[in-house]
Write a protein that binds this ligand. Structure first.
Ligand code: NAD
Length: 528
């Protein structure tokens, strides 16, 4: 299948669209490999009319999909999972070339996590979405339950750093819940999304259930304007705010998965070797372009120097290079502009007094490589400690106590995830519960996102809402309640019209008896 056919197939499905595609397009994206500069293909961008048509087709497909039993939807999603596993090498090749990430990360951090998430939800969905009986505490003569219905058409706007993991996880969850999906991938990595679409179509699942709309900001904005029934946005704070405002105007419920500034707090009783290795992995996986990546380290003064030494040694052992031709540990940054930004943050920190202990340079030759970098003596007036870096940099701060580290960590407006290193699990939990983030991991890094049972998402400026866990599947649904009479009905309820003085007086007495602390009747009931 040529790229052109792939792109047309993502929008078509019903035939007859190709002729319109050629004269009704708003542009083309040229995609290049960030590690080599190699041209990988051109991708056609749909017009706003085509997006509206895609939404109409998605609605029709969704109505049929929602009427199939949940168990059957789960079985069909497992067909998609199997196809992803069978064609993993095709996805991995593209993830390596288009996103410039090491092969092992493409396999383990993207393909395998998606396949596992599909297995998890396919097995658990009937339990999570089972209608739930609700015991009303007041109206005992009534019976109630909640049930979950699909939202309809779910829009997914995704970033470039995990071009498969982020949208595929959300797409699978959305489909299981009975929705159709319109997916706007990042303009930097649409080929992975188009490959996913090709694999999806090969499973026999209705083609219009999952459609890909390649494009940049304008396409994302047009997707919101088309009014999907729910939006899942993953990306930066700045764009997240704009998308949330656009959704707000249209009253489209939206979940925002935004950036983080994960701190690693290394307590004086931490296992030094494990902490150093975890920090190096957590900071340099995917060249640091990870929303949950370690972005700052607060090291207790008693082990600071030894920890820095070990981090520097481990950093110098990392193999960096083109992941398309060699088994490397660290690949490239995604773009020239992004490398410029990372470089500027490091240079600013060094100019303000930080000490460069490793890296700190771009690599000569093609690609946007920036060396894994370690900085010490960082202070909070430096942007490298305050803004999300999304690059291979570990700024380290010496602290006198874990309380000081906690204070520094919580100063940030970002609260996606943080890490604590200590041999004392209870102490770790106490610190974790005081940290302002959606997730805290103790003596481990990154894997929380890969555990589909754990609700994931940020607090403060790191996001709104949750993916994963029971909450993540339910977020793809409307929660509705039904309430009906248990036994025979009377012609009239005592509180209906007409209002009477006697009823009013009785209600006052009941309110005082049941809805106020101190009343003997209430005390007796509370004891029951
Ligand atoms: P970005 O905000 O620049 O872009 C994200 C997506 O939004 C892209 O598809 C982009 O084309 C689209 N977009 C841009 N302007 C838009 C608009 N006005 N309307 C609608 N869509 C628009 O982010 P990025 O640079 O692609 O991704 C990096 C960011 O994503 C980082 O901040 C990272 O932390 C975050 N991220 C968060 C998570 C998480 O789960 N919390 C996961 C991965 C990445």
């Amino acid at each position: 299948m040529t790229l052109q056919t792939v792109v047309e197939s993502t929008l078509g499905g019903q035939g007859g669209l190709s002729s319109r595609l050629s004269d009704n397009l708003s542009g083309t994206l040229a995609i290049h490999a960030p590690a080599t500069g190699e041209w990988l293909g051109d991708v056609r961008v749909p017009s706003s009319e085509q997006i509206a048509e895609a939404l109409d087709r998605a609605r029709a497909a969704q109505a049929r999909w929602a009427s199939t039993a949940l168990e059957s939807r789960c079985e069909q999603v497992l067909l998609l999972r199997d196809a992803i596993v069978d064609r993993a090498e095709e996805l991995i090749d593209l993830l390596v070339r288009e996103a410039g990430k090491p092969r092992q990360e493409a396999l383990v951090h993207e393909v395998m996590v998606v396949a596992d998430l599909a297995s998890y939800y396919a097995k658990r969905a009937t339990k999570i979405l089972a209608p739930r009986e609700i015991d009303l505490h007041l109206f005992k003569h009534r019976r109630s339950y909640v049930h979950y219905t699909p939202r309809g058409v779910v829009g997914i706007i995704s970033p470039w750093n995990y071009p498969l993991l982020v949208p595929a996880g959300e797409m699978i969850t959305a489909l299981i819940a009975g929705n159709a999906v319109l997916h706007k991938p990042s303009e930097l990595t649409p080929l992975v999304a188009l490959k996913l679409k090709e694999i999806f179509d090969g499973t026999g699942l209705p083609r219009d259930l999952y459609q890909v709309l390649p494009g940049a900001a304008v396409t994302g904005a047009q997707l919101v304007e088309a009014r999907p029934d729910q939006l899942f946005f993953t990306g930066s704070q700045a764009v997240g705010r704009r998308v949330a405002a656009a959704c707000g105007e249209r009253l489209i419920p939206c979940t925002l998965e935004l950036g983080g500034k994960a701190a690693a707090i290394v307590c004086e009783d931490a296992d030094l070797e494990r902490s150093a290795r975890a920090i190096v992995f957590g900071a340099f996986a995917n060249s640091g372009q990870v929303c949950v990546g370690v972005e700052r380290v607060y090291a207790h003064a008693s082990l600071h120097d030894a920890l820095v030494q070990r981090i520097v040694t481990l950093t110098e052992q990392l193999r960096q290079g083109d992941p398309g031709t060699a088994m490397v540990d660290v690949g490239t940054l995604i773009s020239a502009a992004h490398r410029d930004r990372v470089e500027a943050l490091v240079e600013e920190a060094v100019a303000s007094g930080a000490k460069l202990r490793a890296g700190g340079k771009r690599r000569p030759g093609p690609g946007f490589f920036y060396e894994p970098t370690v900085l010490t003596g960082c202070t909070h007036d430096m942007r490298i400690l305050r803004e999300e870096t999304m690059g291979p940099v570990i700024p380290i701060v010496r602290v006198a106590s874990s309380e000081e580290a906690l204070g520094f960590t919580n100063q940030s407006r970002l609260g996606l995830i943080h890490y604590v290193f200590t041999r004392d699990k209870l102490r770790g939990r106490r610190i974790a519960e005081k940290l302002q983030a959606g997730t805290v991991m103790i003596n481990e890094v990154l894997t929380a996102y890969a555990s589909p049972e754990l609700p994931f998402g940020g607090i403060k400026d790191s996001g709104v809402g949750r993916i994963h866990g029971d909450e993540g599947l339910k977020a793809m649904c409307e929660t509705r309640s039904v309430d009906y009479n248990r036994g025979p009905m009377f012609k009239r309820e005592p509180l209906w019209f007409p209002y009477r003085k006697r009823t009013y007086a009785t209600m006052v007495r009941l309110m005082r008896a049941f809805l106020r602390s101190g009343s003997p009747l209430k005390k007796a009931i509370d004891l029951l």
